[in-house]
Structures are given as C-alpha cells and as structure tokens.
Design a protein around this ligand. Sequence first.
Ligand code: NCD
Length: 292
Amino acid sequence: MKNLVSMKDLSVEQIRAILEQAQAFREGAKSTLKNHYTMANLFFEPSTRTKMSFEMAERKLDMDVLPFEAGFSSTLKGETLYDTVKVLEAIGIDALVIRHEENNYFESLVGKVKPAIINGGDGTGNHPTQSLLDIYTIWQEFGTLKDKVVSIVGDISHSRVARSNADALTRLGAKVRFVCPPEWQGEFEAVNDFDEVIASSDVIMMLRVQHERHDGATSFSKEGYHEAFGLTIEREKRMKESSIIMHPAPFNRDVEIASELIECDRSRIFKQMENGVFIRMAVIEMILKGRE
Ligand code: NCD
C-alpha cells in the first residue's frame, strides 16, 4: 500500500493486518520504521479529532510534524492543491494527510507527487481512517464483524463516514443497514423507521446532521428530527443488552443523540477516538514501510 485514499484501496487481509498492528501499538509496540520521516497534515475543512489524532499518531511514531494552517497558506492566493503539495514535496515531506471539501481531490495527486497521500476526508466521498477505527472498535467489542448487525442512522447521503463504512463493513461480513429520512437516502437502500431496527442491532452508529452540506431549502426542526431519527433515551432502553452506540463525532447533543447517552455505559464514542490514534499509527507505518 503506497497511499490510502479509500477503503477500496484495502483488501480484507490488509484491513486485518491494520487492526492487528493497531492492537500491537495499543499494547505498547514501538515503530519499526527504518528511516526518520517528516509529515504534514493539510486540513482545508474543520477538524478536531482527525487532525489531532493523526498528529498524535505521527509523534508516537517519532516523526517530525510540520504545522500547516490552511487559513494562512498560499491557497488563499489561489495556489492549487497540486501546487501546494509540490511545494511540500520540494521541501522534503514524506507523507501528507489531507482533508478537502472536494470529492476525489486526491485524483490530482496520487501517482503524480512523491509524498504518500492519506485521505483525512474528501467532501461527501471517503474517510478511510474513520472507517478503520470504527471497524477496530467493533472488532474489539465482539471479536469479529461476521454477522454483526450494524445500523447506520442519520444524514447518510452527506456522510463520507457512511460511504466508507458501507463498503468495508460489508466486505468484513457485517450486515449493514441504513436508516434515514427519505431526503437523505442518496444512493443507499435505507429504511425510514428507526424503531424497526433498534432491537436487532449489535451496533447503532449515529451520524451527525451535516448542516454545512445542506442547501437550506428544507426546514429542519431539531425536536422533530430527534423524535423521528434521534437515539432517544427511550430507544436506548430497547437496545439489546450487548449492543453498543457509536458516533464519529462531533455530535449535535439532543439532535441525533440524547445528551445523556453520549457517555453512557454502552457508548463507545470516546473509545472510537482513542482507537483512532492506534489505527492511524498502523496506517502510516504500513504505508511508509511499503515505500522503504
Ligand atoms: C466526521 C467527518 O469529518 O467526516 N468526523 C470525524 O472525522 N470524526 C463526521 C462528521 O463531521 O460528522
């Protein structure tokens, strides 16, 4: 693996290898990279978790991390993403994490620039390391993904998390279902009644309502949405005893999930964030090893 832009870049064997390496890092394993590397994280869309988690992973791998602030970069003078990446290539960056609002932005880079490209999110397209950390969290919980029923609920059509997970979870043997209002269904096959899937789900993965990707044409009521598609306190009571709650975060409290459930016993939301660091260490190490 030379880059990671989509879950489709990974075979099931490679996904398993990443999970195992993430677990080894969790248990204290150290980097086995032969060279010293320098990375930069280029975030052209807001981020707290993904950006900080990549930076933590890079530092834990003893790498140098050069800061990049999109809001103070030559992008504002009209420099293209390709030209920005060529600058970083020229000054000696080995790998880049990029988040960008344009779907498939990476097509202008992969195979054309020297630094490895790791996708930290492209528009509504892909978010492979989020999918990997979600898979890791489910695997950690149940020891397998085979036949686990994962219900992904919410703003499906605007979600790169849903898109990345749909493909990967299915390939790993999970049974993935989508629940959303009809207007957010996009290309997915989805049901519109959340109550239908609650009791049979092993994982309920809530998605953030992505207001920034809506055109504002339809009116949105927080209370109405919470009632119909939110994980309410009442719905949580009907979940299976062993089932877990996930959310990639940031969450809108009391919109897609009741505030009280965010840190409840079956919530794995902060566990997902913790796991993200180990997953990203494993991904970066695998990519750079593939280039050594
Ligand atoms: C997600 C994203 O940016 O795609 N967040 C994340 O990376 N943890 C989901 C979201 O913003 O709703």
